[in-house]
Design a protein around this ligand. Structure first.
Ligand SMILES: [Zn+2]
Length: 280
């Protein structure tokens, strides 16, 4: 079964009814089980409706199809037979198209087929343009989504930070660099309400599949509890504001280790940052 990525652009074409039938069936099978595509389709259909309303429809000239079909299906015996009979008194002479008429009909058929071809070509060009436009739109939508997720993250960080500052008693923890990160330093503020604001600087960059993990030692326990993972920017800095792990009321120490992406249930490497609450 193909993944969602394989259908990213197909959603746009599908919304325009521009998918070839084989692709359409494959996409519909995927669509039935993919909430992302269903959501995307609804929003793209709105866009497509807007495009349809603002673009001149490219309809073939009225009656063109009927004319072409009648030319194409006309049998030789349907064409008038050359008439050599002498006029009968009182009756009109039948019209005689003769050979010239047959050639005229053929020329008209060719002209009609040519027009249809031009029409199909123009329609295809329009669909290609619209497909590209929608693909571009979905890329931009994706970028906006990423920005929104990032903004939500910032907002959550700020809310947590404000909660720490507002709490009556704030404990400060200074962490010093250890082992392979001697220049690293970090500071954490732990609020009475269980919030924690953490800032680290000069941490070395990690491989793509690794992240830093913050650990909390609760008072009276030597078992570190994972409090969240983070990545550092180009200068080795990171800031986060989080809630303390459930059950932790008094922080005895904080540590940071280098762990596989997503974090570990318990530390798998030696601490790169370590610190205890500053007495005040
Ligand atoms: Zn999908």
């Amino acid at each position: 079964m193909m993944g969602h990525e394989a259908f990213d652009v197909d959603v746009a074409a599908y919304a325009l009814d521009a998918l070839p039938s084989q692709e359409r069936r494959a996409f519909e099978t995927h669509l039935a089980t993919c909430a992302d595509c269903q959501r995307e389709l609804v929003s793209l259909q709105r866009v497509a409706a807007g495009i349809g309303a603002s673009t001149d429809p490219m309809n073939p000239p009225a009656g063109l199809r009927a004319r072409v079909l009648s030319r194409a299906t006309a049998q030789p015996q349907d064409l008038p037979v050359p008439n050599t009979a002498v006029p009968v008194a009182g009756r009109p002479v039948p019209r005689v198209p003769g050979r010239y008429g047959v050639w005229l009909a053929l020329a008209a058929s060719i002209a009609c087929v040519g027009l249809l071809g031009t029409y199909a070509w123009a329609l295809r060009a329009q669909l290609t343009t619209t497909r590209e436009l929608l693909a571009d739109l979905s890329v931009r939508t994706e970028a906006l989504r990423a920005q929104l997720a990032s903004a939500r993250q910032d907002s959550a960080t700020l809310t947590n930070a404000v909660n720490v500052i507002r709490s009556g008693r704030v404990i400060k923890v200074d962490l010093r660099g250890q082992g392979t990160a001697p220049d690293a330093a970090a500071r954490a503020l732990v609020g009475q309400g269980g919030g924690l604001v953490f800032n680290a600087d000069h941490l070395p960059p990690l491989a793509r599949d690794r992240s830093y993990q913050l650990w909390v030692f609760a008072q009276g326990s030597s078992e570190p509890i994972g409090a969240g993972t983070f990545d550092v920017d180009a200068s080795g800095s990171s800031t986060m504001a989080i809630g303390l792990p459930a059950g932790v009321t008094v922080v005895a120490a904080l540590a940071v280790t280098d762990e596989p992406k997503g974090g570990s249930p318990r530390p798998t490497t030696s601490p790169l940052l370590l610190g205890k609450p500053v007495a005040n």
